[in-house]
Write a protein that binds this ligand. Structure first.
Ligand code: DX5
Ligand code: ZN
Length: 215
């Protein structure tokens, strides 16, 4: 089974508590929260105060995806807001090792994400310290984009490196995942899939999540 992390970016924010309940009962494994600062990516979403409110509505682990230029500055804010997994971008301006250590200091899970044009190899020195690698399958910034199949090669590169060095981080994919594209994804050793528009745009969230989950 693949763990499913619905991206709340695609939900009805005027009804967020109901939207969360809906995916919770439908079998979501965690909630994916896309934080954008209008600088690292050309879009602005929400920050720690909104995550704090979401934390009050759900028991699910909060999978926070920071698309911000200086993640290191804000780690403690996201920890206090209730984040369980904190994923930042390797392309951000913060020092990667310092950011990993900061997240670990709070006992939270560490994720690092790479954009489609970034070489997987830049992650190699850090793989032994982290819990999750988030491979972007769209350019970060917006939901509802087309899945980039050519990014799947990165999953194999990461898996090979994990086996070679006996590492056990999880591999997460984010962007353009729906009930069609998931069929290709299922041929790869992926642990977690984010999905926004496909889940929140679905009439039957339960069966959609099941289709995404089952290998
Ligand atoms: C894109 C975000 C994604 C996005 C996924 O920058 O990181 O998490 O919300 O949405 P869909 O599944 O609609 O592509
Ligand atoms: Zn995301």
């Amino acid at each position: 089974m693949i763990k499913i992390s619905p991206s709340l970016l695609a939900c009805d924010f005027s009804n967020i508590a109901d939207e969360i309940r809906k995916v919770e009962t439908a079998g979501a494994d965690m909630l994916h929260l896309d934080v954008m600062d209008g600088h690292f990516v050309p879009n602005i979403t929400f920050g720690a105060p909104v995550i704090k409110s979401i934390h009050k509505c759900s028991e699910l682990p909060l999978d926070v995806h920071l698309m911000i230029s200086e993640p290191l500055k804000y780690i403690s804010d996201f920890v206090n807001a209730g984040a369980d997994i904190i994923t930042f971008h390797a392309e951000s301006q913060s020092n990667i090792m310092k950011t990993i250590l900061k997240i670990k200091e709070f006992g939270k899970k560490v994720g690092i994400s790479i954009k489609p044009k970034t070489d997987t190899k830049i992650l190699f020195p850090y793989l032994k310290y982290i819990d999750v690698v988030l491979v972007m399958t769209v350019e970060p910034g917006f939901g509802g984009q087309k899945f980039m199949e050519n990014q799947l090669e990165k999953v194999l590169i990461l898996k090979k490196e994990a086996q070679k060095n006996n590492l056990d981080f999880e591999i997460e994919l984010d962007g353009g995942i729906n009930t069609k594209t998931i069929e290709t994804v299922k041929n790869y050793p992926v642990d977690i899939c984010v999905s926004g528009n496909c889940i929140f745009g679905s009439e039957d969230v339960g069966s959609t999540i099941n289709k995404l989950k089952l290998r």
